[in-house]
Design a protein around this ligand. Structure first.
Ligand SMILES: Cc1cc2nc3c(=O)[nH]c(=O)nc-3n(C[C@H](O)[C@H](O)[C@H](O)COP(=O)(O)OP(=O)(O)OC[C@H]3O[C@@H](n4cnc5c(N)ncnc54)[C@H](O)[C@@H]3O)c2cc1C
Length: 237
């Protein structure tokens, strides 16, 4: 289990397939199997570089995630994953809420409409943290009171839930899905809170499929895309 933020985690639940599985799947076209990494490291690179991604779909990874609801909302935009999430209709939600560190309580960026900019002063950051914590506690107390004393149904009592409250889900996807997720959620322009989850997933993917992860770093994460005009400007087209 990889602990994250103040109450979150990413836990490996299961995986299927190795990089030999990727090669064997690619070789279905010729009827040959895995021939050893001396030869097949080049094939793996050829597949990745040229976007022959279906063999990478033969490997699967399932993780369990505990994260604030706003992180889950971003995560669930990745439509090719399979998800199962805790139901606040069946069960009471956990009394766990995300309070960012004072360093994380930043000002709105003046250059990027989606991002944070410089740090707030420590007093103001702590004021914000104390205020949201107090609100989270008050909302949670009323949530439990409404169920315990008024008999309000769980599905109604939960409607005032802040997106800072933690939830849990399982996410399953194939290796290609996971690399697409990482390509979008590891870079600096992704929100910090989902980025730390992506980093945890990346460490799992790297351990399970190290050659593929290296290709991902080389040809996707660290690669630079140029437009036609940009390529022309530097004499590449
Ligand atoms: C930094 C950042 C900021 C974002 N900001 C916002 C925002 O402000 N508002 C917002 O709504 N979303 C936002 N998103 C979410 C973003 O628009 C995508 O929904 C999300 O990143 C998932 O990407 P995807 O569609 O490629 O992935 P997936 O849903 O996993 O799909 C994988 C691939 O399958 C194909 N595919 C899947 N579904 C379809 C379909 N219906 N039609 C055609 N092809 C399909 C596409 O090729 C796609 O790339 C943001 C994402 C990032 C990374």
């Amino acid at each position: 289990m990889i602990p994250l933020l103040d109450h979150g985690y990413v836990k490996l639940i299961g995986h299927y397939g190795t990089e030999e599985t990727v090669i064997e799947s690619a070789r279905m076209s010729t009827g040959k199997g895995f021939e050893g990494w001396d030869k097949d490291a080049r094939l793996l690179e050829f597949l990745y570089r040229n976007g022959h991604m279906s063999p990478f779909e033969m490997c699967d990874l399932t993780v369990e995630v505990q994260s604030p609801i706003f992180v889950v909302r971003e995560w669930q935009r990745h439509r090719t994953f399979s998800y199962n999430e805790l139901s606040a209709r069946y069960a009471r939600m956990p009394d766990l809420h995300y309070v960012p560190t004072k360093e994380r309580v930043a000002k709105q960026s003046s250059t990027n409409k989606q991002s944070s900019g410089g740090a707030l002063c420590e007093t103001e950051a702590n004021e914000f943290r104390a205020a949201i914590q107090e609100q989270q506690e008050r909302i949670y107390e009323y949530y439990t009171d409404a169920m315990n004393h008024l008999g309000v149904a769980r599905e109604i009592a939960r409607i005032n839930t802040p997106v800072s409250r933690y939830t849990r889900m399982r996410v399953k996807g194939n290796l290609r899905n996971w690399l697409q997720f990482l390509a979008l959620r590891l870079p600096e322009n992704a929100q910090y809170e989902i980025r730390v989850y992506a980093e945890a997933v990346a460490s799992i993917v790297k351990e399970l499929w190290p050659r593929t992860y290296e290709l991902f770093e080389e040809w996707t994460l660290g690669a630079v895309t140029l437009s036609r005009s940009e390529a022309r400007k530097i004499g590449l087209s």
